[in-house]
Design a protein around this ligand. Structure first.
Ligand SMILES: [Zn+2]
Ligand SMILES: [Zn+2]
Length: 421
């Protein structure tokens, strides 16, 4: 399967001309052969001193198949144990960035990509992506999720020049990683609903074609859950394709809006560790736990709207105490206040919100029922309960209250602060 970036970069009905940085994406069995060709005779021929960054796990999974590529690159194998995209790992990579390095090859999953993308951006050299697991939609993203002094930060980075996703590698990845990729995609149900709701109530940019693209990614995965869980190659290829599409949707809008709503805000909150300790869970696993919590709450709101018991009021200051107690204790209250200024709810009047309730109801009704979502996650082998990601049940309510503050972005979870139901 080939994805040609030109197919996505064209004038659009939203009025923008979407831009995509990735030149070409190859998702197929034998993609590594294509990478070799590009390095020998193709567009990558001009780079004479590439640095290949992998970890002990991704090295083991690829050393045979990629033997020739390892031979022609300088190779940095990071210890997979406790590996994070943090200042310590960046320092190790930087020690390998000799002056003549002119290309970075990322061979691995999310963390290796965040590191490679970040360093390549710092040094202004291109990077090429070789995903070893279909575990998240970050491969084609233009931002890197880094941890500085224990605090998660999303920082600007480069999109890959090429993606070579070889089915002979990623379809054999541990099942837990593949299930996490499915989770990241199922979270888009919430993300898209939030974007649609925000577009009714604010002037925020919205593109129906990007929504269609992301919806296509969700449908592709939803229709192949059992096969993906069984590790069937063709289905795993579809999952990788969906993850790539989701990354491209973010490039097209220049933000994570199409792929990240209230469910990801919960993940950001948990990653900040203000209501919980360190969670030993994959990104996608946290996304599915977040998705279930948010879906349950949105369905409650929908039921109340239907019964006529959902009341709209102005936003109160009642979260202030809790914000001080949690973010304040971590010394990041100032940063949080900055992120939330101006407050997006200030632009939403009670009248507008009341008038929008029937439309909101329609959007929520179009989401899968809680039991159906649960079944989808079970079928794909996804984690879905908060306790499975290591969170105690007591933090659920606090999490729902605080998550919207992690990003200045309108979501129904944020609008919930103006609702009684
Ligand atoms: Zn558009
Ligand atoms: Zn995600």
């Amino acid at each position: 399967m080939r994805v040609d970036a030109d197919d996505f970069a064209r004038p659009c009905s939203c009025g923008r001309e979407h831009h995509i940085d990735v030149k070409e994406i190859v998702i197929e069995s034998g993609a590594i052969g294509k990478l070799e060709e590009e390095m020998s005779d193709g567009d990558l021929r001009e780079y004479i001193s590439p640095l290949l960054i992998c970890d002990t796990n991704s090295y083991k999974a690829t050393e045979e198949l990629m033997e020739d590529i390892y031979d022609r690159c300088q190779v940095l194998i990071l210890d997979a144990e406790d590996l994070e995209a943090d200042e310590r790992a960046v320092e190790i990579v930087e020690n390998y960035m000799e002056e003549d390095i002119d290309l970075v090859l990322a061979v691995g999953a999310g963390t290796i990509h965040d590191l490679s993308r970040f360093v390549a951006h710092q040094y202004r050299i291109p990077f090429v992506s070789v995903p070893t697991a279909a575990s998240s939609d970050g491969f084609t993203s233009t931002v890197a999720d880094m941890t500085w002094n224990g605090v998660k930060k999303t920082v600007a980075a480069s999109a890959p020049l090429f993606v070579f996703a070889d089915m002979d590698i990623f379809a054999k990845a541990p099942k837990r990683l593949t299930a996490a990729g499915v989770s990241d995609i199922l979270g888009k149900y919430i993300a898209l609903a939030d974007w649609k709701i925000a577009s009714i109530l604010s002037e925020e940019y919205y593109c129906a074609e990007v929504v269609n693209l992301e919806t296509r990614a969700v449908r592709t995965v939803k229709d192949n859950l059992k096969e993906i869980a069984a590790g069937e190659e063709e289905a795993c290829e579809k999952l990788m394709y969906a993850l790539v599409l989701s990354g491209l949707a973010m490039q097209m809008t220049g933000s994570s809006r199409p792929a990240s709503g209230a469910e990801h805000h919960l993940v950001h909150l948990w990653d900040m560790e203000v209501v919980n300790g360190h969670l030993d869970a994959l990104h996608g696993e946290k996304v599915s736990a977040g998705t279930m919590l948010v879906l349950l709450e949105y369905k409650k709101i929908a039921d109340a709207i239907r019964r006529g018991t959902c009341k709209v009021h102005t936003c109160t200051e009642e979260d202030q105490e809790l914000l001080k107690e949690t973010f304040g204790k971590k010394g990041i209250l100032g940063a949080l206040e900055k992120e939330n200024t101006p407050e997006p709810l200030d632009d939403v009047s009670t009248r507008e919100l009341s008038d929008a309730l029937p439309k909101i109801l329609k959007i929520i009704d179009a989401l899968p029922a809680v039991t159906d979502m649960q079944e989808m996650m079970n079928t794909a082998g996804c984690v879905s309960r908060v306790r499975d990601v290591g969170l105690p049940g007591e933090v659920i309510e606090e999490s729902l209250l605080l998550a919207p503050y992690t990003r200045r972005r309108l979501s129904l979870l944020r609008l919930r602060k103006m609702l009684t139901y």
